[in-house]
Design a protein around this ligand. Structure first.
Ligand SMILES: CC(C)(COP(=O)(O)OP(=O)(O)OC[C@H]1O[C@@H](n2cnc3c(N)ncnc32)[C@H](O)[C@@H]1OP(=O)(O)O)[C@@H](O)C(=O)NCCC(=O)NCCS
Length: 292
């Protein structure tokens, strides 16, 4: 290992598949980290844009770290379980993240998400990076039964793409999500292990939606995103669609359901808790130039 150069790559098509597959393998129930579902949700921008947003660090042909530029100034990264404390890797990641013109982050404001406990978390503050906003991971074990959500749930296929898209925009202020985005996402590699759900109330109105992403049997699945139509809130639909999401992941054989939301989104945290999710310790990005 020692002495082998680490290379940073933007993936070609076959390497994009490799990136998704290592992200699946690296998932662990107790760790909030970049998930194949995060890449799958990004895929709404299209395959080319997704490939362009991925960064892979390799040594001797082995993938050591995968990053997703989830916006030009936000790199969300995770690291192979055996390499969290690898000093050579950590120093290389720091250099690639800190220095502009390495094809990772631009000069000025920037944020990095990396697993808590990875060595890079300790090194970046030496370069003036500091903790960003707190996020709350939540986790629901799927060993036991998941009760009926009490809401009529439909699985979204192409014919419900428009309904799914309308719900996304009605749930998230400023979302531009369209049915074209849904089709692009559904063409993505990670969507082979995903489901979009729509919940209908007693009047037959589409009121809530969620997308769930499996990382394979025995690994944690991800909810991304989940929302309730703004005109239908406060009636238990957020709780119900989150329970339906847990049930869908259980069908995939997921060991648990995970989700992460800004700690300031107290409504979301309360909703997940009422759906049987438990909070994990808060996590934070590391950010540069947060005040300028
Ligand atoms: C968060 C959201 C899904 C809640 O949906 P909802 O249908 O109103 O939630 P529910 O009626 O099922 O409420 C579930 C629980 O959360 C609580 N809750 C919901 N919104 C709350 C709020 N804004 N503040 C405090 N508590 C709240 C409810 O009181 C309820 O508690 P209980 O089960 O102990 O009685 C909805 O506000 C939303 O879509 N927000 C925008 C999108 C978003 O933030 N999604 C999550 C990000 S990952």
């Amino acid at each position: 290992m020692g002495g082998m150069a680490i290379e940073l790559r933007t993936p070609a098509m076959d390497e994009l598949g490799e990136a998704v597959s290592v992200l699946r393998e690296w998932q662990q129930d107790t760790v909030m980290q970049l998930h194949p579902g995060d890449v799958g949700w990004f895929w709404r921008a299209g395959t080319e844009a997704t490939a362009a947003a991925i960064r892979i660090w390799k040594r001797a042909g082995e993938v050591l770290a995968v990053g997703l530029l989830d916006g030009p100034r936000l790199l969300r990264m995770t690291i192979a379980p055996g390499a969290w404390r690898d000093e050579e890797l950590a120093r290389r990641l720091v250099a690639d993240v800190v220095e502009p013109n390495r094809g990772v982050l631009p000069q000025g404001k920037a944020c990095l998400e990396a697993p808590m406990g990875a060595l890079i978390q300790e090194l970046l503050p030496e370069h003036g990076w500091s903790a960003g906003e707190p996020w709350t991971p939540l986790h629901r074990d799927l060993a036991g039964p998941v009760k009926d959500p009490g809401l009529r749930i439909e699985l979204v296929g192409p014919e419900l793409a428009r309904v799914r898209a309308v719900l996304q925009r009605a749930s998230f202020d400023g979302s531009p999500f369209s049915d074209e985005h849904w089709h692009a996402m559904a063409c993505g590699l990670p969507y082979a292990d995903a489901r979009c759900l729509v919940g209908y109330d007693d009047e037959g109105d589409a009121v809530a939606t969620v997308t769930v992403w499996s990382a394979g049997p025995g690994r944690p699945g991800l909810l991304e995103p989940m929302g309730v139509h703004r005109e239908h809130r406060g009636r238990g639909h957020g709780k119900a669609i989150s329970i339906a999401a847990a049930a869908a992941l259980k069908e995939f054989g997921s060991s648990s359901a995970m989700v992460c939301t800004p700690s300031t989104n107290t409504g979301a945290v309360a909703t997940y808790r009422s759906a049987g999710f438990v909070r994990f310790p808060e996590v934070r990005d590391l950010c540069r130039d947060v005040r300028s």
